[in-house]
Ligand binder design. Structure first.
Ligand SMILES: Cc1cc2nc3c(=O)[nH]c(=O)nc-3n(C[C@H](O)[C@H](O)[C@H](O)COP(=O)(O)OP(=O)(O)OC[C@H]3O[C@@H](n4cnc5c(N)ncnc54)[C@H](O)[C@@H]3O)c2cc1C
Ligand SMILES: NC(=O)c1ccc[n+]([C@@H]2O[C@H](COP(=O)([O-])OP(=O)(O)OC[C@H]3O[C@@H](n4cnc5c(N)ncnc54)[C@H](O)[C@@H]3O)[C@@H](O)[C@H]2O)c1
Length: 496
């Protein structure tokens, strides 16, 4: 039986990052993947859906530019769209496979062994790998479980991935569906509603159990996103309870009920289920290693990647915490650093930068206004509309805003930011770094920013807080805001 310092189960973003970090320590690593290296970070997930979003944004942007000028709308065929998605996915797949092959050669000291197959525990140190009826057993001094997640399905609903789909079945589509109902108005649901409505070939219905989409974000964010969706023809069923959804003669019929007792029945061509994801644990036979699930049975491992068996770690989606590529990678690196003894601090889940690919894109770090109100945290809030940022004007993309939240004292320590608009994902990092390093906001006010750049909007926000802004919030009341928020009361802060 071959022995390794580290065995990693699952070659998605988390598992791959764990294997690479193990190599950095000069350890003998075995990476086991049952399907495709890259996992949902590449296939039916982050990369494929973001490629779709990017193409759809371009199509929508062309139509926004030429729209209303008597010209015909621009469309791409579904085959062309999927060819571009395949190209992007192949590019990444090729990088992974070349990288893995070269790492397994003699010149790289054979530090990495890549095994294709399904891994399961025989006992706390031995892993059995099944592939095409063959079995191999390997021994791991340390084991990292990174087996990811899969779409959650509804009881008694037959998801055939042809008519009733999850995000795993998008590439089975042969053409744009004429109509599509999306069940679940979370991140995946809203991203696909944006994508299909951008292409302009599908009538999209979005089932939202609550009174507004993205209920975990401030109202100004869900309003801008849902207004844009509705403008592109999306019907959002708010406060809707799904009573029935079934495949009838290659169509989907669904029935909704509302709090006032009313009901409606609608027929569409396809349905997309996006009601969360569940961890891939069944094939692992965790019981053979004595690894326990959380009390609610939702995750393994604590919030520092360790399970109840000290040399077995759980990272990425399987840990059932934050399901993001960036967090999966950070957790994986952390677990390896713990295993090989260089780290003492616990993993921090504070100040994670996130982005949702909507119209416009929405990036976030730290707390929002809603959380300040809920937790009664006294703060100062500053907000700037994209329409006063020179770069946004030049891009002709003036929809969006920056909102920064700081403590309500002279330190003005940054607690959070929301960036909604073009380049939001890049802009958020400035504040993410300031928060991580605990730097004062003055450093942003004094840094010479490139011009014109979207990040100048962040600088203007900070200058407003310091009473040094180029535009005054008391003048441009509809575009700028700067106020304290204490006990639920907003008080303007401008001096003029
Ligand atoms: C549609 C969609 C869009 C997304 N968009 C984004 C985004 O924009 N940004 C972002 O940060 N995140 C995004 N995510 C989330 C992101 O894809 C996941 O959080 C991330 O892929 C999790 O990485 P992971 O390595 O933990 O798991 P996975 O990516 O699920 O990989 C796990 C791997 O383990 C393998 N495996 C499972 N069981 C075994 C076993 N027993 N033996 C061997 N191998 C096994 C699987 O085959 C798989 O390859 C998106 C997800 C979806 C579905
Ligand atoms: N841009 C990104 O970073 C990105 C993109 C896509 C996915 N992801 C990750 O993937 C994870 C899974 O995404 P998701 O959208 O499936 O999950 P989610 O948890 O974000 O949203 C699920 C939604 O479905 C609703 N829901 C649940 N059961 C329902 C039912 N029976 N009827 C109607 N609605 C129902 C929930 O209220 C919730 O709003 C996310 O949590 C996220 O971490 C990230």
């Amino acid at each position: 039986m071959e022995k390794f310092d580290l065995i990693v189960i699952g070659g998605g973003p988390a598992g791959y990052a764990a294997a690479m970090r193990g190599i950095d320590f000069g350890k003998r690593v075995c990476l086991i993947e049952k399907d495709r290296v890259g996992g949902a970070g590449v296939y039916n997930g982050a990369l494929s859906s973001k490629t779709l979003w990017e193409i759809s944004q371009k199509v929508a942007s062309v139509n926004d530019t030429i729209g209303g000028k008597g010209r015909e709308k621009f469309y791409l065929s579904w085959d062309d769209v999927m060819a571009t998605v395949d190209e992007a996915v192949f590019e990444r797949k090729f990088q992974y496979s070349c990288h893995l092959k070269l790492l397994q050669t003699e010149t790289m000291n054979k530090l990495l062994t890549y095994e294709r197959g399904t891994a399961s525990f025989l006992n706390p140190h031995e892993i059995e790998i099944h592939q095409n009826g063959e079995k191999t057993v390997v021994y791991g001094e340390n084991i990292i479980v990174a087996s990811g997640s899969r779409p959650r399905k509804m009881k008694d609903l037959n998801v055939d991935e042809e008519t009733i789909l999850t995000s795993d079945g998008i590439e089975n589509l042969k053409d744009y569906p004429k109509s599509l109902v999306i069940v679940g108005a979370g991140v995946i649901g809203c991203e696909y509603a944006t994508i299909f409505s951008n292409f302009g070939k599908t009538k999209v219905y979005l089932i939202d159990r609550q009174d507004r989409i993205l209920p975990f974000e401030d109202n100004d964010i869900s309003t801008i996103v849902s207004e844009n969706m509705e403008e592109k023809g999306v019907t959002i069923h708010h406060n809707a309870q799904l009573e029935r959804l079934e495949n009838i003669g290659n169509e989907v019929e669904y029935e909704l009920s509302y709090p006032d007792g009313s009901r409606e029945v609608i027929r569409v061509e396809k349905a997309l289920l996006s009601i969360g994801r569940i961890p891939n644990i069944e094939s692992l036979k965790l019981e053979n290693a004595g690894v326990l699930m959380s009390k609610r049975g939702q995750h393994i491992g604590d919030d520092d990647t360790v399970t109840n068996v000290p040399h077995i770690y759980a990272v990425g989606d399987v840990s059932g915490r934050i399901a993001l590529v960036n967090m999966g990678e950070i957790e994986a690196r952390h677990a390896v650093e713990r295993a090989f003894g260089t780290i003492r601090e616990r993993l921090s889940y504070d100040n994670v930068c996130t982005i949702m690919f909507l119209q416009p894109e929405v990036a976030a770090v730290g707390i929002n206004e809603m959380q300040c109100l809920e937790q009664n945290i006294p703060v100062k809030v500053v907000k700037i509309d994209y329409s006063v940022i020179a770069r946004a004007i030049a891009m002709r993309k003036t929809e969006g805003f920056f909102k920064i939240i700081v403590t309500n004292d002279s330190d003005m320590k940054v607690l959070g930011m929301r960036a909604v608009g073009e380049h939001a994902s890049t802009a958020i990092q400035t504040i993410g770094l300031i928060m991580k390093l605990g730097l004062p906001i003055h450093v942003i006010a004094e840094l010479v920013h490139p011009h014109p750049s979207i990040a100048e909007g962040i600088q203007e926000c900070v200058r407003m807080l310091l009473n040094r802004s180029l535009f005054k919030s008391s003048v441009f009341k509809d575009k700028l805001a700067c106020y304290s928020l204490v006990d639920g009361v907003q008080t303007p802060l401008e001096r003029l």
